[in-house]
Design a protein around this ligand. Structure first.
Ligand SMILES: [Fe+2]
Length: 202
């Protein structure tokens, strides 16, 4: 099967892509991505989703960070990179993972992109209807630190300490993802993710 037909990287290929990204821009985003992949696989499987797709989505959601120390630009570059490789399902995750409110203005970091790039993202985001893979990676991004799995309240407090703003509405919508997946799985998502062995710092 050609790459363009399968539309998703294998687990090995995704791990390789992350390693290559980390060589270009070493950082804690690598362990954060590995933890997000682990959570996504566990919670996704318990939700009836495809566990390999969940894993590679978690592993590559931040792959745009391989371009350097960027903020909003990591979303754009990940989206473009994965689409160019023939992985639109992962490209979509790179785009949606930072926007629980499905709008770019809710982003708390620097808008380090050209105006037309921001407009391009807005157009694409406006066309999407979020599905459980989008929601799952938003959840896992917000409970995964580099050092382990965190309670979402602690992870959001950590983000708030590092970024200039985090709208209250975004916090409410993001926290709802915990209830959404608890209902869907019928389990405590933190038990699924790490047996309840949480850390309280990124
Ligand atoms: Fe992330």
């Amino acid at each position: 099967m050609r790459k363009s037909e399968k539309r998703l990287p294998s687990r090995n290929e995704a791990e390789q892509l992350l390693e290559e990204g980390l060589l270009k821009n070493p950082g804690r985003w690598g362990d954060h991505s590995r933890n997000a992949a682990h959570c996504a696989e566990k919670i996704g499987e318990a939700s009836g989703l495809d566990k390999d797709r969940c894993y590679v989505s978690g592993l590559l959601h931040d792959i745009g960070r391989s371009v350097g120390n960027v903020q909003l630009a990591h979303v754009y570059h990940g989206w473009k990179m994965m689409n160019a490789m023939g992985y639109p399902l992962i490209g979509r995750i790179c785009l949606t993972h930072s926007f629980a409110m499905q709008e770019i203005d809710g982003y708390g970091g620097a808008f380090d992109l050209a105006e037309e790039e921001i407009e391009e993202m807005k157009r694409e985001l406006g066309h999407l209807v979020y599905d459980d893979y989008d929601r799952l990676i938003q959840l896992c991004d917000n409970i995964s630190g580099a050092s382990g799995i965190m309670r979402m309240e602690d992870r959001i407090a950590d983000i708030q300490s590092r970024y200039p703003r985090y709208p209250e509405e975004k916090k409410i919508i993001t926290l709802r993802l915990v209830d959404y997946f608890s209902r869907k799985t019928g389990a405590d998502i933190y038990d699924l993710a790490c047996g309840g062995n949480l850390v309280d710092h990124y």
